[in-house]
Every structure is written in C-alpha cells, then in structure tokens.
Design a protein around this ligand. Structure first.
Ligand code: HEM
Length: 285
C-alpha cells in the first residue's frame, strides 16, 4: 500500500470511529434505550465523548513521536474537531433540557460555576475547531500557534467541569486528570527523554502519583474524607470496589511502554528481514 492510500484509509477509519458514538447514542435514544431519563443520559454520554476525544487529540503528538508513525498527524485535527462537535451537542442537549429557554440557560451558566467554566471551555473548543483549517492557518500565520495553545487551558477547565459535576463519584475525572498530567508532562520534559523508556517510566510514576493526589485532595477538600483513608485505598487492591483511578493510570502508562516496545521490535525485525532478503536476492558485486 502506498503512503497516500495508507493516509486515506486511516482518515476514513478515523471518521467512522468518530461518528460511531453519535450514531449509537442516537439509535439508543430513538429505540428507548436511554430511558428513564434520555436527556440526562445523552448529556452525560456526549460530555464523556467530548473529553475522550479531547484527550485523544492531545495524545496524537506523543503517539507520532513514540511509534515513529507520521500518518497520525493527519488525524489529529479531525479528532479535535470531533471533540468540539460532541461538546457542542452536549451543550445543545442541555439547552433542550431547559426547554430551549435561553434566558434560563444564560442565567444558569452565569450562576453555576461548573457551567460557567464548561461554557468557557466550549467557546475555546469551537474557536479552535473553526480556525483549524489550512485557510485559517495561513491567514493567522504565527498567531495560529498561539491561538491553538488554548487547547491546554481548555482541556484543563473541561476536566475541572467534569470533576465538579461528578460530585462524589470522581473516579473517571481523576483518571482523566492523571492521563492529562501524562500528556502535559511529556510536552515539557527534555526532548531527549521523551522517546526513551526512562522518560516513559518517569511519566508513568508522575501521572500515577498525580492521580492519587487529585483523588486525595478532592475527597479531602470537597467531601471532608480523611486523606489517609484515600491513600490506603490506593495502596491496596479491593476487587469488590474495583481499581482506583491511579491504578488505571499506571496500567495505561505501562501499556504505552509495552506498545512502544512491540512497535520498536517489529520495526527492527522488518529492517533485519529486508536486509537479509536484499542480501539473498541481489548478488554481491
Ligand atoms: C456551556 C457548556 C456546557 C454545559 C451547559 C454543560 C452542562 C453539563 C451538565 C448539565 C452536565 C450533567 C450534570 C449532572 O448530571 O449533574 C454535564 C456533565 C459533563 N460535562 Fe458538561 N457542559 C458544558 C460544557 C462541557 C464541555 C466543553 C465538556 C468537555 C469538553 C463537558 C464535559 C462534561 C462531562 C465529561 C460531563 C460528565 C459526564 C458523565 O458524568 O458521564 N461539558 N455538563
């Protein structure tokens, strides 16, 4: 397969993957699979997918460097735009929940802190999606990079919004915050370390500790739970309760290391096989 064909199929598969959650959600809504509260269920699902695609779009740059696979850069923009679309749908479903009363919507957004920051994140995501085209990139020149740097604070406040609305069940936002820490630390760590196993090990430990810290701090500050209890829960694995967010972050980080190792081994094997094949088929001069 030529490089062009590879990019074509990758783009097509990405497009299908990005649309599938929306199609599945619409189908479940239509067939009554979201009962008894379809609007609430749809608000939650679209919010979740917006965050998932936001994190995935941020993961494309490290993935390209770690897996040494250039085509990934061609889908980064698409995933970012999808995150904005799901966040837009999330907002529209919220407006629908308020019976399209825009005065109530505006008042609620102004009154409730978690909605205010959600709205700010949404504005940033929409601005980035609209200006993500080649035309805008040329028009804005150097300012395009500056503007698109907004993705980091936007993702940060989207995670805070996620935390606040989750109230006491902060497992998913704490896991997301751990992954976000991994993605941000990768960007600020020395370039040499970024693709080394030592660097990945440092990232795994830091992101895991960050998830412990977020969980402990949130439960301590918001719910008044003794931090020692949360720390103890992180040091033991109780299969009845399930894994803590930090355990999941550690597993995800180790999985990245394993995938990188597999990719490097396969590249090395491919190189060796090509060299042997050349030696056996082309006679020496
Ligand atoms: C004006 C903008 C926004 C509004 C009005 C809004 C509103 C809401 C509401 C009402 C909920 C459910 C709260 C509950 O059930 O108690 C929610 C949850 C959520 N929102 Fe937003 N949101 C906005 C922006 C965003 C953005 C930009 C993102 C992500 C990029 C996002 C991600 C989420 C997530 C992940 C959840 C939790 C879903 C779950 O618990 O499964 N929201 N939002």
């Amino acid at each position: 397969m030529t490089a062009r064909q590879k990019i074509f199929w990758l783009r097509l598969a990405t497009l299908i993957g990005l649309c599938l959650p929306a199609v599945e959600l619409a189908w479940r809504w239509y067939t009554g699979g979201l009962e008894p509260r379809p609007v609430t269920a749809a608000t939650h699902a679209t919010g979740d997918w917006a965050v998932i695609f936001l994190m995935l779009s941020l993961a494309m740059t490290p993935a390209r460097a770690l897996f040494d696979w250039m085509p990934l850069i061609h889908i980064r923009r698409r995933i970012g735009v999808a995150a904005a679309c799901y966040a837009g749908a999330h907002f529209l479903i919220y407006v629908l929940d308020q019976k399209w009363n825009l005065i109530v919507v505006a008042t609620e957004i102004a009154k409730r802190f978690y909605l205010t920051i959600g709205f700010v994140a949404l504005l940033a995501l929409v601005a980035l999606a609209v200006t993500s085209t080649d035309g805008w990139q040329k028009r804005l020149r150097r300012n395009w990079k500056r503007l698109h740097w907004l993705i980091y604070p936007a993702a940060f406040i989207a995670i805070i919004h996620f935390f606040i609305q989750s109230k006491v069940k902060i497992g998913e936002p704490a896991f997301t915050a751990g992954l976000f820490t991994w993605l941000m630390l990768w960007r600020v760590m020395p370039a040499k370390l970024r693709t080394r196993y030592t660097g990945l090990a440092v990232l795994a430990i830091s992101a895991t500790l960050a998830a412990v810290l977020f969980e402990t701090a949130w439960y301590g500050l918001v719910n008044g739970i003794d931090p020692a209890r949360v720390l103890m829960a992180n040091l033991t694995i109780d299969f009845d309760i399930g894994l803590r967010p930090a355990h999941k972050v550690l597993i995800a980080s180790l999985l990245v290391m394993l995938l990188v190792a597999i990719r490097r081994l396969s590249l090395a094997a491919n190189k060796l096989w090509t060299r042997r094949y050349m030696q056996s088929t082309i006679p020496a001069p």
